[in-house]
Design a protein around this ligand. Sequence first.
Ligand code: GRG
Length: 303
Amino acid sequence: MTGIAENFDLSAYLRAEALRVEGALHAAVTEVSDLVPVELEHAIAHGVLSEGKRLRPVLCVAAYGACGGRSPRISELAVSLELIHAYSLMHDDLPCMDDAELRRGLPTTHRVHGDEATARAGAALIPLAALRAWRGARAVGVSELTARAIVEELCRAAGAGGMVGGQVLDLRAEGSVLDDAALDRLHRLKTGALLTASLRIGALAAGAACAVLEAFDSYGRAVGLAFQITDDVLDATATATNLGKNPSDSDRGKTTYVGVHGLERAADRARKEVARARAALHRADVGDPALHALAQYIVERRR
Ligand code: GRG
């Protein structure tokens, strides 16, 4: 890796931050477990606590640190992003959507706990995420006004103008061919919106200036596309066992970056998006090595 992140130990950083996030996730799951029937408790634990990369909360924590935030309680806020992400995976895997059997190296939540419990467990995670965003924001010491902006950011990114909207486009596009602009738009919403919100929420919690928020918008947009293109490349080149999930998009008649452009050009576009993301950080003078290294990791990951 070149420049700012050259000597940065991303593996150690990911391990340490993911561990902190894990603690906050357990606390969130325990809270909701006390309120729901046992079958939902088990489905929630399966969907949330299985071994994910925790990329969204880690991006949030990194953005917070990059903007001068110092509260160790930032992971309590960051888990709200993982709770939304976990619900989206649980619902996405259901038979009425992607009908997947493998996720994070395990049978999907509905294969173990049933479709109904999974649908309900996923639904329970949405308000829990909003609640955790509010409480986490207050725990790091922001004003009520900023806490409200943070919850709004999360809801907007997760909703019809973000992730859910992207999923609708994705489901509607099955079996048809999308042009480049439509494919980018779908993934900006479906994947990019929550990744961007992860950064913006960390930045808002640290009281970042507008210029930095704008840089994070560009960074999030670029890494969101890089992330999806890399997913398509991995889908085409790795096995389900290595990925820990079903490499399914092209099988389901969905347009993929690799399908349209081939492996080489798709991988090249992903690298260009990473360069774009890092350039946005440079323009706003964000010299944080973790954010630079995370952008690179998004295209170099193996799962
Ligand atoms: C009601 C239409 C409707 C939608 C509900 C299901 C849903 C909301 C949204 C689906 C969003 C989705 C599945 C986006 C894909 C996100 C993505 C790239 C997942 C893989 O993320 P990783 O690699 O996964 O970070 P891990 O397992 O590491 O957390």
